[in-house]
Ligand binder design. Structure first.
Ligand code: IPD
Ligand code: CA
Ligand code: CA
Length: 279
């Protein structure tokens, strides 16, 4: 292939030159696929279900097995990296490299045999996400991204939608685990978007919600009080697919923050106008 071929069209990747991104991505995909196979083998089987804090915050034996599988694999490949996984304590010494793991995002769906959940794995370097994988084992869909390297669904490049305004949009949301205490407050947001969009969906996996914005199946997503492992991978996938991330007043998105807003970019200001009025 000459200088005009696909390789010449790739954006220059500053991260790819300084980090072993291909290796990071390959290990993350391998871990997500192995954990995905575990989820697929167990989603219709009887599970041990425990309540973490109250009756809407569940954890199953498979969450813990998936967590152990992924963290074990990452520790073998990257013994000096720190690992922050939902179902285990932070492991490894302080490091500029931090892995964020959600061994099952969508545990309530998984526990009920509702076929919509994913494994989410991201690598941050000095607080910036640089590698992301979200794997849906039921549909066989692997969303991935590397910083400056684009976003993909399996092997196909991803792009956000072109929906220009809220009245032509389908948007996604979720309700955090304190929803019984603050139901009226959260429903105000739901109602506002119900009145302005073509539809609001609550699918039960924030990692997949973000990936669905990234690939144009939905046009925007908002949710309160997500955890770093819910959003670390999906937020990079949205950005690399050309979308926008922020909090609810338009400040930069932080995985440790309380507010997650993702959009195709075109809708962002309209989403912010509604959110700013309600918070
Ligand atoms: C949950 C899911 C859900 C969202 C919750 C999350 P989990 O993660 O992403 O969509 O609404 O806020 O905590 O508990 O299934 O890993
Ligand atoms: Ca989660
Ligand atoms: Ca989880």
């Amino acid at each position: 292939m000459g200088a005009q071929g696909p390789a010449a069209l790739q954006p220059a990747s500053t991260y790819a030159t300084t980090h072993n991104m291909e290796h990071f991505l390959a290990v993350a995909k391998d871990a997500a696929h192995q954990a995905g196979a575990l989820l697929r083998a167990n989603w219709l089987q009887p599970k041990t279900i425990e309540m973490k804090t109250d009756i809407v915050d569940l954890v199953t034996n498979v969450d813990k097995e998936s967590d152990a599988l992924i963290t074990g694999l990452l520790r073998t490949h990257f013994p000096t990296h720190q690992i922050i996984a939902e179902e285990s304590a932070v492991s490894g010494q302080e490091s500029p490299y931090q892995w964020y793991i959600d061994p099952i995002d969508g545990t309530t769906n998984f526990a009920h045999g509702f076929p919509h959940f994913a494994v989410s794995i991201a690598l941050g370097h000095e607080s910036r996400m640089i590698v992301a994988v979200v794997h849906d084992p039921i549909r066989g869909e692997t969303f991935s991204a590397t910083r400056d390297g684009g976003a993909f669904l399996n092997d196909a490049p991803l792009r956000v939608s072109q929906a220009p305004s809220l009245d032509q949009s389908l948007v996604l949301t979720g309700f955090p685990y304190d929803r019984r205490k603050r139901s009226e407050y959260y429903l105000r947001f739901y109602q506002a978007f119900m009145m302005r969009t073509q539809g609001v969906r609550r699918c039960g996996s924030a990692a997949l919600d973000l990936c669905y914005v990234a690939c144009g199946r939905a046009d925007a997503f908002w949710e309160w009080r997500l955890h770093p492992w819910d959003t670390a991978a999906g937020s990079l996938i949205v950005e690399e697919a050309g979308g926008k991330m922020s909090d609810f007043i338009g400040e930069p998105f932080r995985i440790h923050g309380e507010q997650t807003l993702a959009s195709n970019g075109l809708l962002h200001e309209e989403m912010l106008t509604v959110l700013r009025e309600l918070i």
